[in-house]
Write a protein that binds this ligand. Sequence first.
Ligand SMILES: Nc1ncnc2c1ncn2[C@@H]1O[C@H](COP(=O)(O)OP(=O)(O)OP(=O)(O)O)[C@@H](O)[C@H]1O
Length: 560
Amino acid sequence: MTSSNGDAAEIRRLLKPFLPWMALSSFTGIAAGVATVLLLATINKVLNTSGGLAGGLLLTFVALCAVSLIGRVVSDVSTNLVGQRLVSQIRKSLAQKILSAPIDALERYRTHRLMPVLSQDVDMISDVAFAFSATLISLAIALGCLTYLAVLSFPLFCVLMVALVIGIAIQVVAQTRGVAGFWKARDYEEQLHKAYRGISEGAKELRMHRSRRALVFGGQIERIVDSIRTVNSRAINTYVIATAFGSALFFLLIALILGWAAFRNTDPVVLSGFVLVLLFLKGPMDQIAGALPGVGRAKVAFQRIADLSTRFASPEPHLHLDRAPSEVRLGSAIELRGVRYAFDAAEGSDAFVLGPVDLRLNKGELVFVVGDNGSGKTTMIKLLLGLYAPQGGEVFVDGKVVTPEARDDYRQLFTTVFSDFYLFEDLVADGSGGASSAGLPEAALPYLERLEIAHKVSVKDGLFTTTDLSTGQRKRLALVHAYLEGRPVLVFDEWAADQDPTFRHLFYTELLPELRAKGHLLVVISHDDRYFHLADRVITMRAGRIAEDRARPRLESLAA
Ligand SMILES: Nc1ncnc2c1ncn2[C@@H]1O[C@H](COP(=O)(O)OP(=O)(O)OP(=O)(O)O)[C@@H](O)[C@H]1O
């Protein structure tokens, strides 16, 4: 359970812009509730006076009906407005936080934890927000009825208060137990999302392995789903029992009041009025009790959202979501000087430490980064790209240090195709000086031809017509993006690994040299040692350090 001060502050921050609307909803809801109670008092008066509903009483009745109706409508409309705006603001704010969160923070917060917050928790807020005004009106009616009952007969009101205190105590216990159950269920739901990811993304592997399939279903999904059912049922049952007990208490109370009245010789007019209002009070009371499970769930959902918000509360500084990218150029070289980065240690293992790394990459160079699996190639590239901020040392571009303020602009120097790349369907013009600022669709066609995928995919309305391609073809499409963006530095993380031998040959012997001839700096993570001699330099990583930096003459002699 994460109920920290930070979460409470985050919840307050989320609600702050809506306080005026919430005040309006509360005010009109209370007005509707008070008008309803006054209507009851008027009816009670009419029942006990001769002449019925006429004259001033009729006017009062009509006016109260109008206040009750208008108050309810305004309260409902403003609550709905708050609910919808709150949900849309939460959605936008979470998306912005994710877009500006430091990459390493995102890598630590797993997708199966992210998705339930973004979908389920946000929807829960929306549902509960809708029930808010009805509950508020019921609360106002209940308080109004209680006040009216106190005026009608204070001794009977005291008897009522005793029953009410018992009823509230029971509801508080139910609420505490219910919320604890909802927290538990919510934790299970995270596990369920993880299992769902397993069965969707690992569908092929599961189809091939019956025992694993049985284990995933019986050992994970079934177990988790049953646990959620049990925990949720228990939590809801707690509420149901508390509500049933409240109802029983209510009728017991009426019997008690009737007994008390007979014993204390109470005026029948007061008694009938009291019982009438008391019976009316049951409706709003049931409504309030019925809303409590929703309130419990919303509390859990709000705290999950607040937790996610506080985790990503420190955005990467100076990351501009709204500023047009400035044109960036690479004059001579990018350098890493004494750059160091360490991951948090996983339980039972040592933390991987990269560096210190000293490296200079010159404009127009074709550089291969090689090394064993886990030697730190990708980590070093992420530092080079400005995706990770160095924990020690500095990155320089054209002799100038890349400060945190300049890091986002610096990143616009690069086009990347990671080994776990994400392929966007559209082409986005940017101001980085590439060929991508105008005439994008036409510009893409020759590259599609060149990469031998023009028969599969073309460009329509600024989008690729399909991205349902083989892995190798999708990587070729990612290369089209790289061509079109035309940025000064291109970084490929094992790009050729999924290409057929002919195309792999073309990539190393033609495409890369052509790009180098155009003045690009090319950084290629590769295990293809057959082509190492084509590079200007081959940098070998070992255990997080640069073990070797070989230049072309040595590579050629090695190849010979
Ligand atoms: N997000 C992370 N959290 C913790 N440790 C990580 C993380 N990413 C990578 N590592 C660790 O850092 C080390 C280097 O990983 P890296 O991906 O840089 O290696 P690599 O040389 O690119 O390997 P490969 O050739 O397999 O792609 C690995 O031991 C890995 O366990």
